[in-house]
Write a protein that binds this ligand. Structure first.
Ligand code: GRF
Length: 213
């Protein structure tokens, strides 16, 4: 059995993870903390960000992980930027691409470069509250339970096959920041666990459903 990119599952070499992040990078930090564990099966080999000021860059540097900044302002148009991101990711030879707080939509041609190998973490229980403001929208709707979702990325916005989810309670005095921080605690654990399973057991999409192993 293999990971989507042919990485032999159970091999001694770890699956190569490339993380895309736009912000502080606490999800990246969680993957960096996990990837040294014996038997985890995956290693972060590169970070790609659209933001030169992303805190994730400092985390990567401190961890000795190579990074690339692909800022839209440096490209003539969106399509050129998208190609730039794909090239920057490809340089790291990923077995799995992990979007961890990457706040831009990637094109179908980007996904075609890494078929079945791009996963995303979203701070809501998809299909509810997709998009850039999932935490705010859930709070505004008045839900009592929200959570986080790890899913395979498809051409839609947060619409790909779901891999794993965790429910997180909404407390009466929550604001967006307090709720998001509570979600992120669960999200980091879910992402580390799900990425490790994919690396060790492989990932397939069968009849629109994501299957690990
Ligand atoms: C995460 O909650 C992610 O789901 C959302 O943005 C947050 C990024 O957090 N899209 P961090 O940069 O990993 O700390």
């Amino acid at each position: 059995m293999q990971t989507p990119s042919g990485h032999p599952v159970g091999s001694t070499s770890a699956a190569r993870l490339v993380v895309l992040a736009s912000g502080g990078g606490s999800n990246l930090a969680a993957l960096l903390a996990a990837h040294d564990a014996p038997g985890y099966g995956a290693r972060v080999v590169g970070l790609v960000t659209d933001k030169p000021t992303a805190g994730a860059l400092d985390l990567a540097r401190d961890a000795g992980i190579a990074s690339a900044v692909v800022a839209p302002a440096d490209f003539e148009d969106r399509a050129a930027w998208d190609r730039g991101v794909a090239e920057a990711v490809a340089v790291f030879r990923p077995d799995l691409v992990v979007l961890a707080g990457f706040m831009r939509i990637l094109s179908p041609s980007f996904l075609d470069r890494f078929p079945g190998r791009v996963v995303n973490t979203h701070p809501a229980l998809l299909p509810s509250f997709p998009g850039a403001h999932g935490v705010r929208d859930a709070l505004a709707h008045g839900v009592r339970v929200t959570g986080c979702t790890v899913h395979v990325v498809d051409a839609g916005v947060d619409t790909g096959p779901i891999l794993a989810q965790v429910a997180v309670p909404v407390l009466p005095d929550d604001d967006e920041a307090s709720l998001h921080e509570r979600i992120k605690v669960a999200e980091r654990a879910l992402l580390v666990e799900t990425v490790g399973r994919i690396a060790r057991d492989g990932l397939r999409v069968v009849d629109g459903r994501a299957v690990i192993g």
